[in-house]
Unconditional design. Structure first.
Lengths: 291, 291
């Protein structure tokens, strides 16, 4: 956690609804004093931070099974005044939530976000009497199930949604893989650097000249320094087949290393924007390496 | 076009509904004799080709504004017996479609796929009296508008949908950028090679060892050969922060070059699967280079 709390509660914008995994991530990263503020889209979260109507925000960047959250990258690409100040890793455990009194054997319908349904494929296959239906998000599905109060209908969502909407947990950890993790970026209007010598990451946006070998040459200084490239994502730059590359490197915080590296990357890139250098998040027993 | 037609009509599976841009792409790639067969998901298309219930399929891989279609990559990753046999580039021009007799000034609502709405942001901003509403897809929105017959409601979709559902085109080319293009892969159960000396592309799936510099070293042979890397996409491999890389290279068809290159890539990768080598598609005045 890299943001200083100052007595009063700290408003943190997140995408989604109360009870969502993102709200759990806000509490994990900013602590119990955080005041999570739900907004509709990733764009809304970045814009709220950019114009200063909230001091910070938290957005998902990647799920270990579903992949990158491109809406977050696109929102950051559009907001040059917003920085990544930290990351947090949230294990995703799906629960089956139903109104009080519901029994597993009576369920006819279960609803959730398509990614959550896909992550619980084995449980769904083992319960063929239960029809799976797509919903806009996990917390929203839980809210609807609670409002309806029909004991044959359940939602797949996090345990936070059970608490929020007063639902019963009929089954826990119904995801196919127990090592399902979502990674989030904390964002603010000011960059903040982690302490020298601590595990850190640096996120960058680069464009390359439109010539063969340009991406290879951009990655050269990273490989030469022996650093892990923890993320490489390309997003369209507008003109057909031109891209912004989002890079993320793991390193130990060291001002000289960072200055040298950014200099070399800047020389290889057509343009380079530093999204932020921040303390690396940890999840028990896991390491992150792309290359 | 690399598929031989044999008199009878040629069934080609695509994702979506009749009247969709994908159906237009099927006709563009396979010609007027193609018999486009709509399926629900990209997975369904790949599986239908894999089990031989259709001879070939066509799937979107990338839009020049919205980016990669990860559902296509994920479906191909899951189907080792399916090959990319060609590509086709379809310019995307959005039309405003309404029931006969509708007038622009009377419109209150316009519905379409979220990506189509985002690509027509300027037109929507210039018509604040018209509310934009999200629909599942462009052709489905057109079908619903036709079924309802309400002259205050319109859909944003391609001209193919106007024909299919008997709708009037109230406005043409309402997209923000006229150079909006979607790129499609043709797929089949057998690989086919383009003629020697012709412009070609090779699509590959690679995994790399989990060490710093691995991706850099994988790109080395491509840069050394002076070839354009036209696509680099990473998709989760299951275990957290392990990825499959999807690479696409542009080259002139040459068996020796290809064999040498694949040998070098195979040595740098942990695993390498060739999705296919196929004739490069063309769109007037455009070139495709990632690096």
């Amino acid at each position: 956690m890299s943001t200083v709390m100052t007595g009063a509660r700290w408003r943190v914008a997140f995408q989604g609804e109360h009870g969502a995994f993102s709200e759990e991530a806000v509490r994990r990263h900013f602590g119990a004093d955080a005041d999570p503020e739900p907004l509709y889209s990733c764009d809304d979260v970045v814009r709220a931070v950019a114009r200063g109507s909230v001091p910070c925000g938290l957005l998902p960047v990647e799920n270990s099974l579903a992949g990158s959250v491109v809406a977050t990258y696109d929102a950051l690409l559009d907001a040059p005044g917003v920085y990544v100040t930290g990351e947090t890793l949230l294990p995703i455990h799906h629960c089956l939530l139903a109104p009080a009194g519901a029994r597993l054997g009576d369920l006819a319908l279960v609803e959730s976000h398509p990614v959550a349904l896909a992550q619980c494929r084995r449980w769904l296959a083992a319960h063929p009497a239960v029809e799976a239906r797509v919903a806009y998000d996990t917390a929203g599905a839980a809210r609807d199930v609670a409002a309806l109060g029909d004991r044959t209908r359940a939602a797949i969502a996090g345990s936070g949604a059970a608490e929020r909407f007063g639902l019963t947990v009929l089954a826990e950890n119904i995801e196919d893989r127990p090592d399902n993790i979502t990674r989030f970026y904390a964002i603010a209007r000011e960059a903040s650097l982690p302490g020298v010598g601590t595990p850190a990451k640096t996120a960058l946006i680069a464009t390359t000249p439109n010539v063969p070998g340009a991406l290879y040459h951009l990655l050269g200084p990273i490989a030469a320094a022996g650093l892990d490239l923890t993320k490489l994502e390309s997003r369209p730059a507008g003109e057909p087949w031109r891209y912004h590359f989002i890079l993320e490197l793991a390193h130990v915080m060291d001002h000289e290393l960072l200055a040298t590296l950014l200099g070399a990357l800047g020389a290889a890139a057509e343009s380079l924007r530093v999204l932020g250098t921040f303390a690396a998040g940890v999840a028990p027993g896991l390491t992150e390496v792309v290359s």
